[in-house]
Design a binder for this molecule. Structure first.
Ligand code: SF4
Length: 185
């Protein structure tokens, strides 16, 4: 329950109120990159019922609050993930689902995947596991809701403040996807 004092209303300190309501109405874009996506249907449907917490699927980044990346990220997919993230309106949050976005998981030494998603876009919460069960997914999303409510989930602000660093990392990895023509890159 959110209690708002009269002084807060008079002072116009509405951010705390906005964060409370934001945390209870979240539209989530599923970027289903890896095998962990198979745990989403039971998380969404009647047994675990994600919607009872106010979290619903969204088909377009332009109306989404959360970007859920469900597993390993190939170098080519990273470009699309960055496009999707940048199209989302602020405030916005990213969830890394499974071990692969945290440290590469079982693909840690693959030439085709990245190892650490938060080098390229800010990850607000990671749900580790290979693959995480619906209970772990719900637990992770509740933690994210709590951080949003407290105003502590501020990855999108870090992306603005450290944009040069993120862009440098993105460029370095995306160089690998350039076509090789006549033996030259
Ligand atoms: S964490 Fe495991 S289940 Fe998820 S994408 Fe990686 S290998 Fe697949």
């Amino acid at each position: 329950m959110l209690k708002i004092s009269r002084e807060e209303i008079i002072d116009g300190k509405f951010e705390r109120v906005l964060n409370f309501f934001r945390s209870r109405s979240l539209w989530m874009l599923y970027y289903c990159t890896g095998c962990g996506a198979v745990e989403l249907p039971p998380t969404m449907t009647s047994r675990f019922d994600m919607e009872r917490f106010g979290i619903s699927p969204m088909a377009t980044p332009r109306q989404a609050d959360i970007l859920l990346v469900t597993g390993y990220v190939s170098v080519k997919t990273l470009k699309r993930i960055v496009y999707s993230y940048e199209q989302m309106p602020e405030p916005k949050w990213v969830v890394g689902f499974g071990s692969c976005p945290v440290n590469g998981g079982i693909y840690w030494n693959s030439y085709a995947t990245i190892n650490q998603l938060d080098k390229y876009i800010p990850v607000d919460i990671s749900i580790p596991g290979c693959m995480p069960r619906p209970q772990a997914v719900i637990d992770g999303l509740l933690s994210l809701m709590d951080s949003i409510k407290k105003g502590e989930a501020v990855g999108y602000k870090k992306y603005q403040m450290n944009n040069e660093w993120y862009k440098k990392n993105q460029r370095e990895i995306l160089e690998r996807t350039k076509p090789v023509l006549g033996g030259k890159k």
